[in-house]
Design a protein around this ligand. Sequence first.
Ligand code: F6R
Length: 236
Amino acid sequence: MNFIKVDSYEKLSITAANIIAAQIIMKPNCVLGLATGSSPVGTYKELIKKCDAGELDFSTVTSVNLDEYVGLDGSHDQSYRYFMNTNLFDHVNIDKARTAVPSGMSDDLAAEGAAYDKHIASLGGIDLQLLGIGLDGHIGFNEPADVFVKETHEVELHESTIEANARFFADIKDVPTKAITMGMGAIMNAKKVLLVANGANKKDILEKSFFGPITPQVPASILQLHPDVTVIYSEN
Ligand code: F6R
């Protein structure tokens, strides 16, 4: 594992964007696994800057996102599709037809999950997976559980995740309690994993995840078994 500690969120974002840019330059038709949440917002801003400066071309990039809330459609301003459009896709020259976010509106989430995994497999898997980490160690929305789930699946969000995400909603009652998330299979099959985390409150869970026992009770701990993980952390 490559652990990069920086002293500001800005440096974290610049470093992460440089790694993603290198991936796109080395393989212009790469498959990026993308994340939402507050951690990658600065990274996306830096990628947009590079695109504006003509340094980066997303025209042949394909993306697959980690997760989506159940019950929010893509036009809802707290849906992850909306997040991706407004924080990245609307501002770079990516072809939106090549961007995938699982649908939380499907009547049959098991079928949606199976179709999502099939889509990822049809792309040949993910070249670089960007991740954040939840305070309980979740990656995507793979919450602490008795087992690691391989496939894209429906999950009940844990109370701490709902509380953490309430900051984006008018009322905690509006936070969806369920989500659909990529499972550990597609994440672990990604050729490279890049995890970004900032804030003193993420320090303990990073320590547990990367230096503690590998257990589904700390979902990110599975990344200790991945051969190419870079973690960028800023305490600020
Ligand atoms: C988002 C996601 C989540 C977040 C995690 C951290 O697509 O999959 O795992 O990365 O909840 O969120 P932030 O960055 O808001 O602390």
